[in-house]
Design a binder for this molecule. Structure first.
Ligand code: SF4
Ligand code: SF4
Length: 384
């Protein structure tokens, strides 16, 4: 395993990390994944997920292995669990108990990286940093050593640039993959895949993202990567915005070759998944090379596709939007809905038919997904 310095934090992090958001299942499964990570030399864990079961399983696994202090943990402030759903909030009545719950479930009294959770609007960023009660709480945690370094998570390069200019924020968790990097502000990829041909596909990063990476290098703002696989969509030619499939090794290589990037957080639910990502460490240059695929790819627009990130929650009807979207996307790949997908869909507590088209979720979606339309299509496809 190769280790990199996470910008001004000075922390040495494994270039392959562990994104805990996908770690569902039992404690035994979590323990097996953590053991596989430790055996491979992975030492950084992102845990934005407020789901108490996931927190407890991972925290108990670290406790059983006696390895908490060997891990660098990104703990998020503002990601809370309310009435069985993820809720992003700056309300300290919710933020404080959620952060204390995170510490308790990880059997620890500190987080290496205290993440200002998910800020995608510049105006929200400015409101937080303008001496809000939320940032004052984070400063208190930092002064007490409960949070060792302050970071911020965002999908928006404009917010990321503001954070990179703020010395108080030492690192960012940012969504990086070739599709996102080539998504122009107009949402029209043709500008980047058009007449300039193959080379534009390879070097077609949007200016604001190129500026962000350069700025982070300049200011020493380390980057850890989320959405490196674009929710798995990049592995499937039918779902990939490029119309061609990338491999996990190619996606990892893309992320790790962006300036200022120290580590990519990869989601695992089995030790085999860990092995699949760690294979990057011994992959050949040919296996890592993504440029040929991008250069030869058909041209597709990306914006509006679900990455199953879950940021659209909560839904007043209790719909698990990313899961419904995932089942819908899976089923759409087939001429008729596979029985296995239908069974899983019907087992959901609330199905898409409950959607009242309030559109509340859409304002929280960083990827412009027309959720209400998609719920209507899912209800029609699955019959409920
Ligand atoms: S539009 Fe539908 S899915 Fe979205 S929050 Fe409203 S009810 Fe829930
Ligand atoms: S609809 Fe948007 S916010 Fe919700 S899971 Fe999909 S990409 Fe994420």
């Amino acid at each position: 395993m190769q280790y990199r310095t996470l910008g001004n934090t000075g922390l040495k992090v494994s270039e392959i990390g562990f994104g805990g958001e996908w770690m569902d299942g039992t404690f035994e499964q979590a323990l097996a994944v953590v053991k596989a990570c430790e055996a491979a030399g992975i030492n950084i864990l992102d845990c934005w997920m407020p789901d108490p079961t996931r927190r407890s399983n991972l925290g108990d696994a670290l406790q059983q292995l006696g390895s908490r202090d060997r891990w660098i943990i990104q703990g998020h402030l503002g990601s809370t669990w309310q009435n069985g759903q993820y809720v992003r909030t700056r309300d300290l009545d919710q933020v404080k108990p959620a952060f204390e719950d995170l510490l308790a479930r990880f059997h620890t009294d500190y987080m290496d990286l205290g993440m200002i959770h998910y800020v995608d609007k510049p105006e929200e960023y400015r409101a937080i940093m303008a001496d809000s009660p939320f940032i004052r709480y984070i400063r208190e945690l930092r002064a007490a050593g409960t949070v060792r370094h302050v970071g911020l998570s965002t999908h928006n390069p404009e917010v990321a640039k503001l954070a990179a200019l703020e010395p108080e924020i030492e690192m960012i968790l940012f969504s990086v993959n070739p599709a996102f990097d080539m998504m122009p502000a107009s949402d029209n990829l043709d500008d980047y895949f058009g007449e300039a041909g193959e080379q534009s596909a390879v070097d077609g990063m949007t200016p604001e993202r190129a500026e962000l990476y350069a700025l982070c290098e300049q200011t020493g703002t380390g980057i850890t990567v989320m959405k490196g696989y674009m929710g798995g969509r990049l592995f499937d030619a039918a779902q990939s915005p490029f119309g061609a499939a990338l491999t996990p090794v190619q996606c990892i290589h893309y992320a790790l070759t962006r300036p200022a990037v120290a580590s990519i957080m990869v989601g695992y639910s089995t030790p085999d998944h860990v092995a699949g990502a760690v294979a990057y460490e011994t992959a050949s240059d040919t296996e890592r090379d993504y440029t040929r695929m991008l250069g030869e790819a058909p041209r597709h627009a990306y914006f509006g596709q679900c990455t199953y990130c879950g940021h659209c929650a909560p839904c007043p009807q209790g719909i698990d939007i990313p899961t419904v979207n995932k089942f819908y996307d899976l089923a759409s790949l087939h001429e008729t809905v596979p029985d296995s997908v239908l069974d899983h869909y019907r087992a959901l507590d609330v199905t898409a038919g409950a959607c009242i088209a309030c559109h509340a979720c859409e304002s929280r979606c960083p990827f412009g997904v027309k959720v209400a339309d998609k719920m209507a299509r899912a209800a029609e496809l699955f019959g409920c």
